[in-house]
Ligand binder design. Structure first.
Ligand SMILES: NC(=O)N[C@@H](CC(=O)O)C(=O)O
Ligand SMILES: [Zn+2]
Ligand SMILES: [Zn+2]
Length: 434
């Protein structure tokens, strides 16, 4: 570590604790409950921590960075800037790029771009099948052995719908403790689907996307994971029935983890009445009953983590009629605020619970040892300082993302990321990129 700047954060609460002083120096948590020592550091930057909560740096298991191939929508640099502003110190980059991240060469490129940008650590996810075509397994072992050390494999954007291929992928990744992250969408049940199937989709004349299309794949996959004794992760769980299936599988000892996205914890299919494709996402926004089941599942640990599914799209792919628009919405810069609003302020989670679901657990699932660690003496200083009493009105033009497709435009959200530290280096200070 070359920098000898120390950050002295005075009177900050670490998770749910009493206010204390936190000193970050030499890349690590240098002290808790102490002040910096005279003459030891070249420079001491004092931060008033009154009212702030210190959380371990957030880890996103599901980010679309779009590079290589769609640098008009996002780059590794712009996407990781958005991540840092959202309090993340690590993101896992989905494989549905152009070319697809299905070789050691592409995952190493993404990994290297992340290191060069330096805003947060980037862990590439490898594709399960060549070109996301769902026909032949990609070179999973070569990606695992590459410099990018891939442990998560996903065809996200598409479902690994062939049961034999899914079984083989689950078997294959056991050799290096990998996990298959499934985008659970039965393709035949969702052909042309545009929004949640229900009374509303009929009234709006938009093709319905039934809950069973998600639930049937999750049910099949937890049984496959049990059969082969492998690890399964379920992406963006969106229905009450899916929560029930995951709860059942866990009760039987299946090695399954699941994620929920902020937008599915807050928004419902009622927003489709606007016909504004800003609300078009895969899987679709569901009913209030589903939203409540997701919140309950996240509170009781059935749903292990919150993942953003940050999915940037340029305006020409979103400013069009609903049926023609791309699926997906931004998420990195608003995730913590949405979790505060839907879970913490609702009394369903404390800050320790948020740390578990947005840092410790995603790091464990991704087998990332250097993130998701407690804020304790000697630990790497991956830390976010968050002001839960602040409020802000979301202005898409202020986003670091190259895209503008946030569904929260104009909404007043609680909370503000004040600072983010990556191995002791400030990536965000005073709410701005450092
Ligand atoms: N979530 C989305 O609506 N879109 C994602 C793909 C995906 O996560 O399935 C994308 O890549 O744009
Ligand atoms: Zn997906
Ligand atoms: Zn995704």
């Amino acid at each position: 570590m070359t920098s000898t700047t120390a950050y002295w954060i005075r009177g900050v609460r670490i998770l749910d604790g009493e206010p204390t002083d936190l000193v970050i120096a030499n890349g690590s948590v240098w002290g808790v409950g102490v002040r910096p020592e005279e003459g030891v550091h070249d420079e001491v930057v004092e931060i008033d921590g009154t009212g702030l909560v210190a959380l371990p740096g957030l880890v996103d298991l599901h980010t679309h960075l779009r590079e290589p191939g769609r640098e008009d929508a996002e780059t590794v640099d712009s996407g990781t800037q958005a991540a840092a502003l959202g309090g993340f110190t690590a993101v896992h980059a989905m494989a549905n790029t152009e070319p697809v991240a299905d070789t050691a060469g592409v995952v190493e490129q993404v990994w290297r771009l992340g290191r060069e940008a330096g805003h947060c650590d980037v862990y590439p996810i490898g594709a399960v099948t060549v070109g996301l075509e769902g026909e032949r397994l990609a070179e999973l072992g070569a990606m695992a052995d590459s410099a990018a050390r891939v442990r998560i494999f996903s065809d996200d954007g598409k479902c690994v719908s062939d049961a034999v291929l899914m079984r083989r992928a689950l078997e294959y990744v056991k050799a290096f403790d990998g996990v298959i992250a499934q985008h659970a969408q039965e393709p035949r049940l969702t052909e042309g689907a545009q929004m949640n199937e229900g009374e509303l989709s009929g009234r709006l004349g938009l093709a319905g996307w039934p809950a069973v299309a998600e639930e049937a794949i999750i049910a099949r996959d937890v049984l496959l994971a049990e059969h082969v004794g492998s690890r399964l992760h379920v992406c963006h769980v969106s229905t009450a029935g899916s929560v029930d299936i995951v709860r059942w599988a866990k009760s039987k000892g299946v090695d399954v983890t699941a994620e929920a996205c902020p937008h599915h914890l807050l928004l419902t299919d009622q927003l489709a009445t606007t016909y504004d494709p800003i609300y078009k996402v895969n899987p679709p926004l569901r009913s209030q009953t589903d939203v409540e089941a997701l919140r309950a599942g996240l509170a009781d640990g059935t749903i292990d983590i919150v993942a953003t599914d940050h999915a940037p799209h340029p305006h020409e792919d979103k400013d069009c009629e609903w049926a023609a628009a791309a699926f997906g919405m931004l998420g990195l810069e608003t995730a913590l605020s949405i979790v505060q609003q839907t879970m913490v302020d609702a009394g369903l989670l404390d800050w320790a619970g948020v740390a578990e679901r947005m840092s410790y657990a995603p790091a464990r699932i991704g087998r990332v040892a250097e993130h998701g660690r407690p804020i304790e003496l000697g630990e790497p200083a991956n830390v976010v300082l968050y002001d839960p009493a602040a409020t802000r009105t979301v202005d898409p033009s202020e986003s670091a993302s190259l895209s503008r497709n946030t569904p929260y435009r104009g909404m007043e959200l609680p909370g503000r990321v004040v600072a983010t530290f990556l191995r002791g280096k400030a990536t965000v200070l005073d709410g701005k990129l450092a």
